[in-house]
Design a protein around this ligand. Structure first.
Ligand code: UD1
Ligand code: CA
Length: 461
């Protein structure tokens, strides 16, 4: 007996009015079809089959080898879509779950419950339904006097009475595999849409005396089907709320969870506080006891325990514990900070390692560099890493002091404990413990300020 998952993802999604195929639109940083497939992965089904059509190549590329793919050349309806798997699946003994690629909020736990119910009742089909305030656009669940499901009727085919039904079809079903394919052979396109509707399988099985069950989702948002940008924003809001709630339950404090945007795969440790205006994206991981925000944007960034970050943008960076970042810092890919590092205001770091206890406190650019332990980089000091053709490396040893407004013209190496005097333009290596000064010697002309003013005033007249 096998458990099979089929995901319908061949439609173009006309109502999205988009160049991007519908199921590739993101909800909290992950494409809708990816959300659905992830659910099947967690469920550990034996086979996962994704029906692709519009944008097939793009969808396949996105999902890689995570599923088998079946091509639906013409989109003649959801029933027609499932029929494309006939050759591949019809001989399987077992249970088949069918999901739509545009239903990103479905939870694995709900799918598991659906299967348990289906098996308990030994139903031919179990429909995941939901009761919603505004059922317009969804297929309606029609039940008889004994409360048994008899059919699903699509919006366009609804009588005015059926249109008043609030129990809707989520587009997610559990089928006895053999019975599914036998009924699919009998559907026609004689309906308002002139499509082969998967939902017609229900009435067919019912008319053959099979048991159809309805399993009502406790949380109606799980059934949310995204057909346009309004639905997309609704799904995003519902998913955001779910993600933020899960973090709060895990011990993360949110000053205002409605204004924090966290993608699905982000991990946050206990007792971290998140301030408003914060975006945490991709594979970002944050440790315990951090304070993140206000207005922080982290993408694919790793932050260890006890780090403070405010008003800053970090991408593909790694921050050691007890470091502080910002306000107004920009850490670009390859920024790797040790423990207790301080990165202050208007500092940009790129492809650079900064050792434990080092400080880059204000107005600096450090790129393509390796900075040792306990280094102080003064205000306005920069690495000059690019000559218009190539990038060059700067190495700064442990305990070195780089004064304010120093230009380090790479490639260049500053030794351990070296001292670079403020305002220097360094073009040669500085050995360990040496002092380097590289700036024009100053000369003062006594009383000349007044002479100059008089001269200039004279000219003005
Ligand atoms: C479908 C259901 C409706 C349900 C709703 C839940 C049918 C006939 N109707 O309607 O009862 O309430 O979902 O969200 O099933 N697709 C294909 N090939 C096709 C047509 C569609 O792969 O030929 C895919 C789409 O890409 C989409 C999914 O099937 O991911 C659902 O199709 P859609 O057109 O969005 O169906 P709804 O009108 O929303
Ligand atoms: Ca839909």
């Amino acid at each position: 007996m096998s458990l099979i998952g089929i995901v319908l993802a061949a439609g173009k999604g006309k109502r999205m009015k988009s160049k991007l195929y519908k199921v590739l639109h993101s909800v909290c940083g992950k494409s809708m079809v990816d959300h659905v497939l992830s659910g099947l992965e967690t469920l550990k089904v034996d086979r996962k089959v994704v029906i692709v059509g519009h944008g097939a190549e793009a969808v396949k590329e996105k999902l890689g080898n995570r599923a088998e793919f079946v091509f639906q050349a013409e989109q003649l309806g959801t029933g027609h879509a499932v029929l494309q798997t006939k050759e591949l699946l019809q001989s399987e003994e077992g249970t088949t779950i069918v999901l739509c690629g545009d239903t990103p909020l479905i939870r694995t736990e709900t799918l598991a419950d659906l299967i348990v119910n289906h098996n308990k009742l030994q139903a031919a089909a179990t429909i995941l339904t939901a009761v919603i305030d505004q059922p317009f656009g969804y297929g309606r669940i029609v039940r008889n006097e004994s409360n048994e499901v008899t059919a699903i009727v699509e919006q366009k085919d609804c009588t005015s009475e059926q249109a008043l039904i609030h129990e809707i079809n989520s587009g997610i079903y559990c089928f006895n595999n053999k019975k599914l394919f036998s009924a699919l052979g009998k559907i026609t396109n004689e309906n308002a849409q002139q499509e082969y509707l998967l939902t017609d399988v229900i009435a067919i099985l019912r008319s053959e005396g099979e048991l159809i069950a309805g399993h009502i989702a406790g949380d109606f948002t799980e059934a949310l089907g995204v057909n346009d940008r309004v639905g997309l924003a609704e799904a995003e809001a519902a998913m955001r709320k779910r993600i933020n709630t899960a973090h709060m339950i895990n011990g993360v404090t949110f000053i205002n969870p409605d204004n924090v945007y966290i993608e699905s795969d982000v991990v946050i440790g206990e007792d971290t506080i998140i301030y408003p205006g914060t975006f945490l994206r991709g594979n970002t991981t944050i440790g315990s006891d951090c304070v993140i925000g206000p207005d922080v944007n982290l993408t694919d960034t790793t932050v260890e325990d006890g780090v403070l970050i405010k008003y800053s943008v970090l991408t593909q960076a790694t921050i050691g514990r007890d470091s502080t970042i910002g306000p107004f810092a920009y850490l670009r890919p390859g920024s790797v900070l040790g423990k207790g590092v301080k990165i202050g205001d208007f500092v940009e770091i790129k492809n650079a390692t900064i050792g434990d206890g080092s400080k880059v406190s204000h107005l600096s650019y450090v790129g393509d560099a390796t900075v040792g332990l306990d280094v102080n980089i003064g205000c306005g000091a920069i690495t000059v890493n690019y000559d218009g053709f190539n990038k060059h490396k700067t190495l700064i040893g442990d305990g070195a002091f780089v004064g304010s407004n120093v230009n380090l013209i790479a490639p260049v190496q500053i030794g351990d404990g070296a001292y670079v005097v403020a305002g220097s333009t360094i073009t040669q290596d500085v050995p360990s413990n040496d002092l380097a000064i590289a700036r024009e010697r100053q000369s003062n002309k006594p009383g000349y300020a007044q002479v100059l003013r008089e001269k200039l005033n004279e000219k003005k007249k």
